[in-house]
Design a protein around this ligand. Structure first.
Ligand SMILES: [Zn+2]
Length: 185
């Protein structure tokens, strides 16, 4: 099993909550009726990478920390999924089970494992703070040609997030008869 619930404090990261195992197991149960969710756990548990799950209740939102950014001296070769228990996803006024948030962050670990180089390239661009843009030629609803400049950081972010929502988060919500978003933004 290479999906590891983190129970020790790691340098630079918020310490895990005392009930991390219980919350993790509850999350797994919440999404367990979804075959897509079970598939994500299976991929990660059988992978050669070690993926950490850090469960916290303060300061930072749920996120995925890829291993090229922080890996605790090589321990978490597949990165760390950070889950903040106080900020579950809300869609269409419905508060989703925390397990869906966990699936979202673990979905990023799957994306990383599928193509580490491509993920690193997009992730690094998304976080670069660069103000460079790319020009897109689009057509408005009346058929008029327009050009639009979109920041490269946003393009990279959406390329990661929309793929994760489309392949992991939304299908799991759909399996569980929960409302879902089709796109990250
Ligand atoms: Zn995300």
């Amino acid at each position: 099993m290479t999906l590891t619930v983190i129970t020790e404090s790691l340098p630079e990261l918020i310490p895990p909550i005392a009930l991390s195992f219980e919350v993790f197991n509850q999350c797994k149960t919440e999404v367990g009726k979804s075959s897509v969710a079970r598939g994500i756990f299976e991929i990660l548990e059988e992978s050669a990478f070690i993926i950490g799950v850090l469960i916290i209740n303060r300061e930072v939102d749920s996120m995925y920390i890829p291993p090229f950014q922080f890996n605790a001296s090589g321990t978490y070769s597949g990165g760390i999924a950070v889950l903040n228990t106080t900020s579950p996803l809300q869609i269409e006024g419905v508060t989703l089970p925390l397990g869906v948030s966990l699936i979202h962050e673990l979905g990023h670990a799957v994306q990383y494992m599928e193509d580490p180089n491509a993920f690193e390239s997009k992730f690094t661009t998304a976080q670069s703070g660069s103000s460079e843009t790319t020009q897109f030629n689009i057509t408005d609803s009346e058929g008029k040609a327009l050009t639009k400049d979109i920041k490269n950081t946003l393009i990279a972010l959406l390329s990661i997030e929309n793929d994760n929502v489309a392949r992991h988060e939304a299908p799991v919500c759909n399996d569980l008869n929960l409302p879902f978003r089709k796109k990250y933004i």
